[in-house]
Write a protein that binds this ligand. Sequence first.
Ligand SMILES: [Zn+2]
Length: 458
Amino acid sequence: MEVCLVASICIAGHGQQSVDLVVSGGIVVTMDGARAIYQDGSVAVRGDAIVAVGPRADIEAKYKAANLMDARGRLVLPGFINGHTHVPMTLFRGLHDDVTLNEWLYKYIFPAEAKNVNEDFVRWGTRLAAAEQIRAGVTTFADMYYFEDAIAEETKKAGMRGVLGETFIDFPAPDNKSEAEMLAYTEKFLKRWQGDTLIHAAPAPHSIYTCSKKTLQDAAELARKYHAPILIHVAEMKKEWDDSEKTNGMSPVAYLDKIGILGPDMVAAHCIYVDEADRKLLAGKGVGCVHNPSSNMMIASGVSPVPEMRAGGVAVGLGTDGPAGSNNDLDLMEEIDLAAKLAKISKMDPLALNAKAAVEMATIDGARALHMEKEIGSLEAGKKADLILISLREPNAVPIYDVYAQIAYSLKGSDVETVVIGGRVVMRDHKLLTIDEPAVLQKAVEYGKWVKKSLGME
Ligand SMILES: [Zn+2]
């Protein structure tokens, strides 16, 4: 017997409340303020939000689930947050590697983009990236590319959460050929997605080395008019720092501050060349930073001072970047592992960044870096129901002594079994439910052939 008092709250038998989903009996790693872990825990979900998290017995006594998901033998975690990527570039994955960034950009990627990138390309690339990211437990990603409105449509169809940045760059892009067009396109894009629960539209001025002061300021002004974040690459290579010192007489971070861009709505990818004064500015202004260890190593661009940034109060998330030319996959669990190891080897200190810190960067600190910590990043009542189940019934998953070490150093993206985003199950027992995976894989292979042909590689 069930009595509905108001539309959203029903009282079930024995004083129990009805909920849509209970994920039951897993090791629940909440990433909440106390970093609580429930060895035999459950999560209750109603609509797109978490209603309660706690010991299984408590949740079972209080809630009656329309849908019960057995999580025994699994870790239950907040979904991973990929803080920086360019999803349609999945279709350029492995196009040409092991070259300098300059050669890769000018000889391969810019010609490949000029000849191939259109709305259809972007849609198929986004579908491929959504499949890959969901499989690896990513529930939210931040993107910077072209035709971002089409990326938003595909992201929403896949049921993923996205902070999606339309690129501003001072040369004709595949979608918009002038700054006026970029501004008009982006304003329409921002208006369209206002208030959407999954999609956060944003302007993404590429960087200080590809955007004039005016382009940067116009993009920021537009972001602030619509309360959107600003996505940008910051201090990602030595040359950027050197040129900024020469031209602006200050570091890239100081320059962005001087021209009024730095603020609590900015998401800065990389932040490799940031000195102590820069780190103070980033922390003081509430800027979110995203560390991309695979990319930084693959392009040999440098080592971001992550431990120093964390110690200085900067919110530092994790990203895959790429996925072409600077990583080649979208597996955020690999970045957790590499973030810890890169910090350790670069300082010759195994204590430089520990497993727990690296897991924080992929979850709650990743949410802080995207300025979305009130919504996502931990399993807590009131937050969005973005959660993943990772199998502990794999040879690389047992035995388990320390949960964070297991996540960082032993488990793989492919161990992710089930993914829930905003209360919707998008992957169950390794089966994708929102994406026609065979069609996407076939199309990606076809695109590979067309791209090769367009560059005279066949
Ligand atoms: Zn990037």
